[in-house]
Design a protein around this ligand. Structure first.
Ligand code: BF8
Length: 630
């Protein structure tokens, strides 16, 4: 039901987000009675305490069970206690996240393979040098081979990394020796992608894993198969196919929607779809079709991580992050939202039903009730992308002008900070970066990553943490929805250096760089791993010795749990802004926030207040600097 009191509406919007364009749209949705994620979150309250604490189990048909120690229900029907129920649930969560990133990676690797085979018309090898470099790194002979042949060999090699026979992951050799020794000693060196995920599913079956610590250690191994496996493959092969990102300038927030154009938003994660839509939308025939309907042309805008992929490589404007996905529909000026998979609200067709917007699903893994479905595959990518764009253009005359409401002006941002782009900007070597870290001009670096979650005011966690860190001369490297939040808040420009501490400000001024660097989508957290590995190897230490940290201030997704776990397993202290569902087991909490440090020299912390999270991180970096003697 619509809220009619304007003051209440303004207050509610203020409570929900710090994104000004989102605030305007939220007031609009509240006035119009259009349901959003915040409303649904309120309707779900109060949350079940057992579920929040990880103490409910519905894995088998003897249950469902809830562990309630004060009522003598200390064990489920199978006999599992709180530690086991919580740890099994958490391993399930990590495996889901690792599987999601890695299955995305597999789709990209398969596209590379098919491109080499000539079975994916429309796709090209865009970065030939990177194709050769990665192939050679993995021991593939390249000198006598054409690019297509190398793509086939590399694709085959990487597809094999998912399987069970090799029992090793090629990209793990990128980690410093000291870090790999820690993994070996702890028994968490990942053996392949699918093996770790399948084994995780096996271990959570009733009557298999019955020791919480043993279960959680496998969680770390599973997450490493994501970070140094599936996600890294997704990043590297996307760069080969679509180009390695270089520093570029673009715009962000809901204001990138242009009333005069056919607007299409690209939402989801996998660039194999969105890159083809970009090509199709550039075709004169489709632009002319748009003009024939009275539009000035076709305007593509990104959302979430597929948006990040396009922003990083092509400078396509970004409409926003996770919690902007419903609000962009309510502008009334969106002809189509094209989605692939992950982080797409299943209710989008319902939201769109109030407008003319068509939700177009494209993956057979991710069909949605109420969407228009196009079966997109590497083999039919060109025709399907054209058909999708044509559908969007033909929907333009259905737009209802009275419903159009586009908030504010977009904000400028810089993105494209791949490891290669950072190295190039530093003059072809990481030495200048290491020097400024050693001198203390950059006190440390923090990977701020992850999502939006209604438990934290939209973007407040990300932006507040980033501001606190840069104020303390700490460089932020960001991915996913965190990076988009910083973009909307104006932190991704060199001018934002004025918000930094005096030392960081001077470094940013000298190098002309923003104090917060956008390193890409969530699978591109693997770029952060590669950067850390390069820095650690230059200093001849393990990653655990670096003055760095990770943070996920507003995480919601299983993928974010996998990222946090592989950060920690790689030696990076990581602070979460939202408590995972583990509070029901003190032993699990202690293991993850204390004892795991004796295994991988890193641990988790949970701190919802971003200012306090910054304090934890600063003191951690101080300690690491002392240990390094810098
Ligand atoms: O993979 S940050 S809400 S869009 S899960 Fe999703 Fe979280 Fe955004 Fe990208 Ni990542």
């Amino acid at each position: 039901m619509a809220l009619l009191n304007p003051e209440l509406i303004r207050q509610k919007a203020e409570e929900r987000t710090i994104d000004n364009s989102a605030k305007e749209m939220l007031m609009h949705t509240l006035r119009e009675g259009i349901e959003t994620v915040w409303d649904r979150s309120e309707m779900q309250k109060p949350a079940c305490r057992f579920c929040s604490d990880g103490l409910s189990c519905s894995r088998c048909a003897m249950g469902p069970c809830r562990i309630i120690s004060e009522h003598h229900r200390e064990r489920g029907v199978c006999g599992a206690d709180a530690d086991l129920v919580v740890s099994r649930n958490l391993l399930d969560t990590i495996a889901t996240g690792a599987a999601s990133h890695s299955d995305h990676g597999r789709d990209i690797v398969e596209t590379l393979y098919k491109t080499g085979k000539g079975e994916a018309p429309g796709y090209l090898i865009s970065d030939e040098a990177k194709l050769k470099r990665i192939a050679e790194e993995l021991g593939i002979e390249t000198s006598q081979k054409s690019n297509d042949e190398i793509a086939v060999s590399l694709g085959y090699f990487l597809l094999d990394e998912f399987g069970m026979i090799k029992n090793s992951l090629g990209f793990c050799s990128r980690a410093p020796e000291q870090t790999r020794e820690i993994w070996e000693k702890a028994g968490i060196t990942p053996r392949s992608v699918d093996r770790e995920v399948v084994e995780a599913m096996h271990r959570v079956h009733m009557g298999v894993g019955a020791n919480y610590a043993n279960i959680l250690i496998h969680g770390l191994r599973t997450s490493l198969s994501d970070g140094w496996g599936g996600s890294m493959m997704a990043t590297e092969c996307s760069d080969i196919l679509f180009g390695t990102p270089a520093i570029n300038k673009s715009m962000v927030n809901l204001g990138v929607i242009d009333e005069d154009y056919v607007n299409i938003s690209l939402h989801g994660h996998n660039p194999m779809l969105s890159e083809m839509i970009v090509k199709a939308a550039g075709e004169q025939e489709l632009i002319d079709l748009a003009k024939s309907y009275g539009a000035k042309g076709i305007n593509l805008v990104g959302l979430c991580c597929t948006g990040n992929e396009l922003l990083m490589r092509k400078g396509i404007p970004m409409a926003g992050n996770h919690f902007n996905q419903e609000l962009i529909i309510t502008t009334g000026a969106l002809e189509a939202m094209v989605v692939d998979y992950q982080c797409i609200f299943p209710s989008l067709p319902r939201t769109a039903s109030c407008y003319h917007t068509k939700i177009i699903s494209t993956s057979d893994k991710s069909k949605m009730t109420g969407s228009y479905h196009f079966d997109f595959k590497p083999e039919n990518a060109v025709e399907t992308a054209r058909a999708i764009v044509k559908t969007a253009v033909e929907n333009y005359p259905n737009r209802i002008p009275e419903k159009v409401f586009i908030p504010g002006d977009p904000v400028e941002l810089y993105s494209g900070f791949s490891v290669e782009a950072i190295k190039e900007a530093l003059g072809g070597t990481f030495s200048p970066l290491i020097d400024v870290i050693a001198s203390g001009d950059i006190f440390g670096a923090v990977g701020v990553v992850g999502c939006n979650n209604p438990k934290i005011k939209h973007d407040y966690g990300h932006v507040t943490l980033a501001k606190e860190l840069i104020k303390n001369n700490i460089l932020c490297v960001e991915t996913g929805c965190a990076a988009i939040a910083s973009g909307k808040a104006g932190l991704l420009t060199p001018d934002a250096a004025f918000l930094g501490g005096p030392k960081l400000k001077a470094v940013c001024k000298k190098l002309g760089m923003p104090p917060v660097l956008h390193m890409g989508s969530c699978v591109d957290c693997s770029r952060i791993l590669v950067l850390l590995a390069e820095l650690a190897k230059a200093l001849n230490v393990g990653i655990d010795k670096l003055p760095v940290a990770g943070a996920a201030p507003e995480w919601y997704s299983q993928k974010a749990v996998s990222i946090g776990s592989y950060f920690v397993a790689s030696g990076v202290y990581t602070v979460l802004g939202v408590m995972p569902k583990i509070a029901g087991s003190n032993n699990v909490v202690d293991l993850l926030t204390k004892d795991v440090e004796s295994v991988v020299n890193a641990k988790f912390a949970v701190e919802p207040d971003p200012k306090l999270a910054a304090e934890l991180i600063i003191s951690h970096i101080e300690n690491k600097r002392k240990e390094l003697g810098i």
